[in-house]
Design a protein around this ligand. Structure first.
Ligand SMILES: Cc1cc2nc3c(=O)[nH]c(=O)nc-3n(C[C@H](O)[C@H](O)[C@H](O)COP(=O)(O)OP(=O)(O)OC[C@H]3O[C@@H](n4cnc5c(N)ncnc54)[C@H](O)[C@@H]3O)c2cc1C
Length: 488
């Protein structure tokens, strides 16, 4: 019979956990399996905590598993290098805690066939991290249907688990109110759990590796040999190392928080924002670790308000919306008024129509837009204000609004280290009508707000920023993976 999470977990952890099937826990198992999708961190991890509680109860070790497939959508040297760096750092952190961690790096189509099912066949139960967009939104569910053992999904990417929030919050303001009353309680409830020291059996599948033993050069070599998109290269600006993640977190100091609301809108200021998003996206840092750090700073509630509003309200509101709407990445799910007004202007002349290749390689008539795209293409990260400007620009050059949306999501998902996230689609929706309508109807945009180039150029340093990024040589990116239908 199925064991529900509240039968074996403390209440604050049980609320983070959802049983994904009706299968029972297995007796006589070798370990409790943690299969991580994207929350790649070795410490302070609710998925590992939940597995540890069960493992301690059953007298079993915990085995943490993470796999990287070369046929994963948009698998590129950029994303694979970041993911493997995060996974290796996680392996080292788990090793220091005495927890076994094994990885799998797929080298070709048949390599490692059925591996996670083979691992699950020796497990008392499987715990996965829960996400609401892209592959991790559906993969654990289909796995649970065939695993033949209890599978539990753990909400490990948000301070306040989605199920702890009211079921109906219709606006950002309502979400902000609900979340604000819960976030400090959930921060206080975080209580990492250590599994008892037990050894996993030696006869694990031969395809498994221990990335903890790989240094940065070995990871570079491993990625260079994979049959994945190598046109989109790895980036030096956001290293996936424990040291880089700690340095980003340390950058959130009292001065940063006090100046955040004044500096965050200028893309020319390299440290006006935290640049934490790649590390949050892959779980190298948990949002409550950022919150705990801010709580310890000498800042007032009003000084930290704006930073919390982005990190806690906007980020977790995006996640909540993606949880409620699994089709949030689709044009068809944009606001009806926005689709209607864009449809009414479908035949308006564009400025001019460009191809996806011209867009991807920053060959538009707008130098600010090109600078933004170049920064994204070359570094895998773009400033929020530029992303806002960038998303609006797509409508000027795409043949129709659906294609503009699909290009935007595709480039974001493919190029940005933090892409494929609820914040990706919810933020893109801002550019496509999830905002106040314009007071005046304009060509192409209808009642959607346009972005102002003049306003962007007025900010200190933006002219130099544009010169810098438009002068850079861009790599030629293979665009064969574009699938318009996925986003429409
Ligand atoms: C068109 C468009 C596309 C975007 N795509 C993504 C994406 O793919 N992935 C992504 O994580 N964010 C995305 N954002 C939101 C935002 O731009 C980035 O989170 C932010 O720029 C990351 O930089 P930072 O870490 O320095 O943020 P900071 O300003 O330092 O904020 C701290 C954290 O709060 C969160 N956050 C900040 N702004 C937002 C926001 N508007 N919505 C939701 N969460 C936010 C992020 O996790 C961020 O790391 C997008 C925004 C737009 C307008």
């Amino acid at each position: 019979m199925r064991q529900s999470p509240d039968e074996f977990l403390p209440p604050e952890l049980a609320l983070r956990v959802e049983a994904l099937n009706n299968a029972p826990q297995r007796a006589g198992a070798d370990y409790v399996l943690v299969w991580l999708q994207q929350s790649l961190r070795g410490d302070d991890h609710p998925v590992i905590d939940a597995a540890s509680v069960l493992a301690n109860r059953l007298g079993l070790p915990v085995l943490v598993y993470h796999g990287l497939r070369c046929d994963y959508p948009y698998a590129s040297a950029r994303l694979s290098r970041f993911i493997l760096g995060a996974s290796a750092a996680m392996g080292r952190s788990l090793r220091s805690r005495g927890i076994a961690c094994r990885q799998f790096v797929q080298q070709g189509p048949d390599h490692g066939r059925g591996l996670v099912y083979r691992l699950a066949s020796k497990a008392a139960a499987v715990f996965v991290d829960q996400h609401f967009t892209f592959v991790p939104a559906t993969q654990p569910g289909s796995f649970a249907g065939r695993a033949g053992v209890a599978v539990y999904a753990v909400d490990a990417a948000r301070v306040v688990p989605v199920r702890a929030l009211p079921a109906r919050v219709g606006t950002t303001a309502a979400f902000r109110r609900a979340h604000s009353t819960l976030r400090h309680d959930w921060l206080a409830m975080r209580c990492p759990i250590q599994p008892e020291q037990r050894t996993v059996p030696a006869n694990l599948p031969g395809e498994l590796v221990e990335l903890a033993d790989h240094d940065e050069t070995a990871l570079d070599r491993l990625v260079a040999g994979l049959p994945i998109d190598q046109t989109l290269g790895s980036v030096a600006e956001h290293p996936a190392t424990a040291e880089a993640a700690s340095a980003r977190l340390a950058g959130v100091d009292a001065q940063f928080v006090r100046q955040y609301s004044a500096k965050r809108t200028n893309p020319a200021l390299a440290e006006g924002t935290s640049r934490l998003s790649p590390y949050l996206r892959f779980g190298m840092i948990a949002p409550w670790q950022v919150m705990a750090r801010v709580e310890a700073l000498d800042v007032t509630a009003s000084q930290r308000y704006k930073f919390y509003d982005e990190l806690l309200t906007w980020r977790e509101w995006s996640h909540w919306r993606a949880w409620r709407n699994p089709e949030i990445h689709r044009y068809a799910h944009l606001a009806a008024w926005a689709r209607e007004t864009l449809d009414a202007h479908r035949a308006d002349p564009r400025e001019p129509v460009l191809s996806l290749a011209e867009i991807m390689h920053a060959r538009t008539p707008d130098r600010v837009w090109n600078a933004a795209q170049a920064q994204w293409l070359l570094t895998g990260w773009m400033h929020n204000n530029l992303r806002m400007y960038w998303s609006k620009g797509l409508l000027r050059w795409a043949p129709d609004p659906e294609t503009a949306w699909a290009w935007g999501c595709y480039i974001n998902d493919r190029v940005s280290i933090d892409g494929r996230d609820p914040a990706t689609y919810v933020s893109m929706r801002w550019g496509f009508g999830d905002a106040r309508p314009a007071w005046k109807e304009t060509p192409v945009y209808g009642r959607l707000m346009r972005a102002s180039t003049a306003a962007m150029m007025k900010r200190d340093g933006v002219a130099d920023f544009v010169d810098h990024w438009t002068a850079r040589l861009l790599p030629e990116i293979d665009l064969a993976s574009f699938d318009r239908e996925y986003y429409v």
